[in-house]
Design a protein around this ligand. Sequence first.
Ligand SMILES: O=P(O)(O)OC[C@H]1O[C@H](O[C@H]2O[C@H](CO)[C@@H](O)[C@H](O)[C@H]2O)[C@H](O)[C@@H](O)[C@@H]1O
Length: 279
Amino acid sequence: MTVPPATTTADRLPHALDAAAVAERLAGRRPAVFLDYDGVLTPIVPRPEDAIMTDDMRGIVHALAGRCPVCVVSGRDRGVVAELMGLDDLIIAGSHGFDIHDPQRGVIEHEASRGWEDLVAEITRRVTDGAAEIEGTQVEPKHASVALHDRHVADADRPRVEALVEAVLAEHPGQLRVTPGKFVHEIQPKIDWNKGKAVDHLIDVLDLDHPDVVPIYLGDDITDEDAFRALAARGGDHREPGLGILVIDPADAAARETAATAVLSTVDEVGRFLDGLAR
Ligand SMILES: O=P(O)(O)OC[C@H]1O[C@H](O[C@H]2O[C@H](CO)[C@@H](O)[C@H](O)[C@H]2O)[C@H](O)[C@@H](O)[C@@H]1O
């Protein structure tokens, strides 16, 4: 039986910029860095299309990628995240890890790469039609899911959004799941694949499973917990686990149960942490 990694609330975790545990784990080892996008490399903003990475962060990520493996693991479509980052030479696992591409190797196939395309096309049409009736919604079609944003929906209309999501699920019994997010209902095929599985797969494909490599994952969302758990589970048999770094506002930390190892509070702190790794 696999024992799930221990979790704690984020307010009990050390800060990654001054955590001895983080520095000790990295001493004499090579990092391999996995980065979530929204809320980590850019602050959360009202409109998804406005989450453009700053020149400073672009420079830091570019410099880091010159020193160690860097992969972006995002809920966004990989083309969209590459454009928002202004970088086209990174490995990106887009659409919550379903769509993995390496500029050198091309598309990286995995056990959940295919088989759901017709279902996603159908629910994307259905959600787009349904959302057209609800003011303030925004539909984001993606490679392996459809995101229904409701940040700008009036409270009185929120039950209509919930009802649309429920209706779509009911039309495809047992075939779909809703992935949690910030003011977004992300409807995906119900397949056992997630950001954690994508990170494990990348560690194998990129040949990073070595004692002198420390995989580090930075994320903020509930979906990033799959990656934190995957890295925590890599420990054992004389092997150190990877490092999960949760980016969270300290005001929210006591309420967040997490499998991460340390925290950062802001996107600026993410920049400082990555800049430190890049030197
Ligand atoms: O896995 P990530 O790279 O963190 O992507 C998660 C979702 O991020 C985006 O939506 C969220 O950020 C937007 C911009 O700050 C914000 O307006 C929205 O309310 C948030 O839900 C993106 O649009 C989604 O597709 C991603 O799944």
